[in-house]
Design a binder for this molecule. Structure first.
Ligand SMILES: Nc1ncnc2c1ncn2[C@@H]1O[C@H](COP(=O)(O)OP(=O)(O)OP(=O)(O)O)[C@@H](O)[C@H]1O
Ligand code: SF4
Ligand SMILES: [Mg+2]
Length: 328
């Protein structure tokens, strides 16, 4: 029997279209997440992590053209009509955004917002039962006094409690896929670890496939699972987080890890990647990392490196470094 994965993304492209120009931002991203598995998308600011996440949710409407395929539990989302999408979004696939404040209606109590999501997706149509379930969900995400929080407005809660409420809404319909886009960066440092812990716990409990976007290598290492490293709208390396982060096989991943402070290193002694990523709409020909790469060869400026298997369960898009390693 073939097992249908909760999320299967194949050759996804996202091109923003306006009257004056077309800008390709995501350029052929593929990955699969199984039940109860995690994939982290890691990369510098502007590499296309959020656009990938939001494209999977089909949140851009007519402002972007999508290519390739996004299947949620076997259902194709690219090209799916909006009414059908609305049932899947928030139901089978849900998003936890970076800033919980923007995700909540400031004028409505938390409990009503949760109850409405349950009603819209047909999980709990009877009002009293929906409110009871809302309180259960708030308790499940570690809110100590769910009754009070259900009766509160978003501004009456701390940032951490607001993000817990957003997570409760996201998991309320028992989604197959949860996408979390930098879910802790808007929060105090002390709260960040708690929210990551909560997401990991819910993932285990509910068996969701989780796609987590981060630019923080520490978060990727802590959360585990698989990691996909993005650069200029492409995945340049992908594999188990424990392996990719300890022995990177793409020069960009190496550079990202080198830019981390190492225990015992003198302040200011960090090595980091020279230069900055290419702007969207002006990606160089060949390997987009070539202008910054310490291993660059003349051929890198015109040969577009493909993502190829470089070890068991690992792929990378740099033939130069990986050929050298095979030969060595
Ligand atoms: N709606 C849009 N229209 C046109 N370009 C966009 C749009 N949204 C994002 N972009 C561009 O796409 C590129 C990738 O943006 P994205 O938000 O995915 O980056 P990111 O990897 O999530 O970075 P960060 O770590 O800063 O969140 C950026 O250059 C951004 O300016
Ligand atoms: S293909 Fe060339 S430029 Fe690109 S990462 Fe590899 S060595 Fe560097
Ligand atoms: Mg982002």
């Amino acid at each position: 029997m073939t097992v249908i994965p909760p999320l299967e993304v194949t050759d996804l492209t996202t091109t923003f279209v306006s009257r004056r120009r077309r800008t390709e931002v995501v350029r052929g991203v593929s990955f699969t997440i199984g039940r109860g598995e995690t994939m982290m998308l890691l990369g510098e600011s502007g590499s296309g992590k959020s656009v990938t996440a939001r494209s999977i949710m089909r949140l851009y409407g007519s402002s972007a053209e999508l290519g390739g395929s996004v299947r949620v539990a076997g259902q194709e989302l690219v090209g799916l009509a909006e009414p059908k999408l609305r049932a899947i979004r928030g139901g089978q696939i849900a998003l936890v955004p970076q800033d919980p404040t923007g995700a909540l209606d400031p004028l409505r109590r938390i409990g009503s917002q949760l109850a409405e999501v349950l009603a819209v997706h047909g999980v709990e149509r009877v009002k009293t039962a929906a409110h009871r379930r809302a309180e259960e969900l708030l308790a499940m995400v570690g809110i100590p006094d769910p009754k009070r929080v259900a009766g509160s407005y978003p501004h009456e809660l701390s940032g951490g409690m607001r993000q817990r409420a957003v997570i409760a809404i996201a998991v309320s319909c028992d989604p197959q896929v949860l996408i979390a886009d930098e879910p802790t960066t808007a929060l105090d440092v002390t709260v960040q670890a708690q929210i990551l812990e909560l997401l990991a716990e819910l993932q285990q409990r509910l068996g969701m496939a989780v796609l987590m976007v981060t630019h923080d290598v520490g978060v990727a290492a802590d959360f585990g699972g698989r990691v996909g490293v993005m650069y200029a709208g492409r995945l340049v390396e992908e594999g188990p987080a424990s392996e990719v982060l300890s022995s990177p096989r793409h020069p960009y991943t190496e550079g990202l890890l080198d830019s981390l402070p190492m225990p015992g290193a003198a302040r200011g002694s960090l090595r980091s990647i020279v230069g900055s990523p290419p702007p969207v709409g002006a990606f160089p020909a060949g390997c987009a990392f070539a202008p910054r790469c310490p291993h660059v060869r003349p051929s890198c400026r015109y040969d577009d490196p493909l993502l190829v298997t470089i070890a068991h369960d690992r792929v990378a898009a740099c033939p130069v470094v990986n050929t050298e390693r095979v030969v060595a």
